[in-house]
Ligand binder design. Structure first.
Ligand code: ASP
Length: 588
């Protein structure tokens, strides 16, 4: 009997020439050519060319093969004839001469071509996700994801962490989103909540004395979906006892450096730059600055201190800010392009935008008459703008001016092509405000979550001046994307209670929702802190995908629907009765 080796379709190379192999896979392509049938056979690993010639019994059946049929082939590996090699294919030097063919399954014509890397309507891709997942790009993404998570687990294992699975049917864990509720059949009228994060449970692991916890944890947040969100997502969730902020930041930074190295072979620059929240907002107009490029914002308040231009003047008089930004190469923009930039600024929340074009043929601006040479020279110096560039200026309440200028900074970077798609620019942002004002309700809400400790000396501000209280809270940012947050936690029942109260909760409410936590804090609690990083976002940036859905095997669409499973779907009457539920009102 001939010795037969079963190989993956991407595994065959010159070293196999002369040996007999068995391949299993899907028909990627069939060509009938010069009296021969050529098949590109595909599996997860790649493609191999299989040749059927009329001398073998399999030839006739090979003629009938169609895209996506599943076959088993046995044959001999040989070098491709000179001149027919395919250097773009890993297996492109060889082919398999088919001796035996077994058709394992026939495919209907797929709803979209699986073998072409062309754009297909996403709804169709998600409905037939099992076909979409046959495409090499998605296979690569899932492979990187697998390798990355393995590296993460190895890192934490080597650093003495335990991976602990926390339950998914729990009680609400506030992280600023709505909860998914699950009706409890055995306690009619009661509901479990799916975790927005394992936050409380990992803290209780610390109370338990487990010391170092990690989990690749699924979290559920019922939010109005934006393009980069999913209702369920995965976090690298970490908690440690007897540590300070610095310990956690260092460990998580080391984890990132090591796992990027082992997954992608890239060496990240260390240490990651650190910016306080205030500095990040002042310099980049954002608490998640994209540091792949410079373009810092300039406070032009002093430059326009004596201006007669009414908008700047009144802004400065009322305590607002005038913020300027360089637009590299923007000096040659047309009137229409500037108008478009003004529209962008309005979309970002500004009332307007002043632009100054530093063209080779002179300076142009709608406010040119207010700009003398000295003012222009100071603006150039403050923003770094040169002839050929433009300067954009936003005047508004300070927070608005920064945030609009920060968003324009990204628009400008896009237009001037300043972002290196291959770069990984990490940074830390720390020293966040403990609370922020909810514009809709006018109430204070937590910036991170209610378990975050105020910075030393800031606890009393919670009652006296909540907006000024700072927190021991830090974020890791990559290329302008917040990968995740962490904090040192509150560990006394008194302080925890004060935070809940500052957030407007009544004592009864506190007791009902968090009584178990306050009680736990009475039985010996270590100082603790931790962090969670979004896996989907990390992988998305690693592989350079524009949608988070492309790094998740079975994602939901932007309406939170799984188009393949057709979930969510209505419950049957019997289901509802069993749960003691009745539907009221309109169903969508
Ligand atoms: N639970 C937090 C979050 O999901 C992370 C943390 O504080 O550890 O953002």
């Amino acid at each position: 009997m001939i010795e037969m080796q079963r190989l993956g379709c991407g595994a065959i190379d010159r070293s196999h020439i002369g040996s007999h192999v068995e391949l299993n896979g899907w028909i990627n392509r069939r060509r009938d050519h010069g009296g021969l049938v050529f098949i590109d056979l595909r599996d997860r690993d790649g493609l191999t060319q299989v040749v059927f010639d009329p001398e073998h019994s399999a030839f006739d059946e090979a003629h009938s093969l169609r895209h996506e049929d599943v076959i088993r082939v046995r044959g001999a590996v040989r070098a491709r004839p000179a001149g027919t090699e395919n250097p773009r294919l890993k297996t492109g030097q060889v082919e398999v001469e088919a001796l035996e063919l077994q058709v394992l399954s026939r495919s209907e014509v797929p709803p979209f071509p699986v073998n072409l890397d062309e754009d297909v309507d996403e709804g169709l891709r998600l409905k037939y996700r099992y076909l979409d997942l046959r495409r090499p790009r998605l296979v690569r993404n899932l492979t990187v994801r697998h390798k990355y998570l393995k590296a993460v687990r190895d890192f934490f294992d080597a650093n003495d962490f335990l991976e602990i699975e926390t339950p998914v049917l729990i009680k609400p864990t506030p992280e600023g989103a709505r909860d998914y509720l699950v009706p409890a059949r055995l306690t009619r009228g009661s509901f479990y909540a799916l975790p927005q994060s394992p936050q409380i449970l990992k803290q209780l692991c610390m109370v338990a004395g487990l010391g170092r916890y990690m989990q690749i944890a699924r979290c559920f947040r019922d939010e109005d979906l934006r393009s980069d969100r999913q209702p369920e997502f995965t976090q690298i969730d970490v908690e440690m006892s007897f540590v300070e902020q610095e310990d956690i930041m260092r460990l998580m930074e080391r984890m990132m450096i090591q796992t990027f190295e082992s997954t992608l072979g890239v060496t990240l620059e260390k240490p990651f730059p650190r910016l306080s929240f205030g500095e990040a907002v002042r310099r980049f107009g954002s608490d998640k600055p994209d540091l792949r490029f410079g373009l810092e914002l300039a406070d032009a308040g002093a430059i326009f201190a004596g201006t007669e231009f009414a908008v700047f003047k009144s802004t400065l008089e009322s305590g607002g800010s005038v913020i300027a930004l360089r637009w590299p190469g923007g000096g040659a923009s047309s009137r229409r392009e500037f108008d478009a930039m003004v529209e962008r600024a309005k979309e970002h929340g500004a009332k307007g935008l002043v632009w100054i074009a530093l063209g080779a043929d002179g300076v142009k601006s709608p406010v040119a008459k207010f700009l003398d040479d000295a003012t222009l020279a100071r603006l150039r110096e403050a923003t770094g703008a040169e002839t050929g560039d433009a300067i954009l200026i936003v005047a508004d309440k300070t927070a608005t001016a920064h945030s609009v200028a920060g968003k324009l900074r990204l628009d400008v970077a896009e237009r001037a092509d300043l972002r290196d798609p291959k770069a990984f620019a990490f940074c830390w942002v720390y020293d966040f405000p403990l609370f922020e004002l909810d514009e809709e309700t006018g109430h204070w809400t937590f910036t991170h979550h209610p378990f975050t400790s105020p910075a030393p000396g800031h606890a009393d501000l919670m009652e006296s001046d909540p907006g000024r209280a700072r927190a021991l809270h830090y974020d890791m940012v990559l290329n302008g994307v917040e990968l995740g947050s962490g904090s040192i936690r509150i560990t006394t029942p008194e302080l925890q209670q004060r935070v809940f109260r500052a957030l407007g909760m009544s004592d009864e409410d506190i007791q009902e929702r968090f009584g178990f936590l306050l009680e736990a804090f009475r039985y010996g609690v270590p100082p603790m802190g931790g962090m969670a990083l979004g896996v989907d976002r990390i992988i998305q940036i690693m592989v350079g995908e524009s949608s988070i859905r492309d790094v998740i095997a079975f994602p939901k669409n932007q309406q939170g629907r799984d188009l393949m499973l057709e979930a969510p779907s209505p419950a049957t009457k019997a289901n509802l009765e069993e749960l003691g539920l009745r539907l009221t009102g309109e169903q969508r």
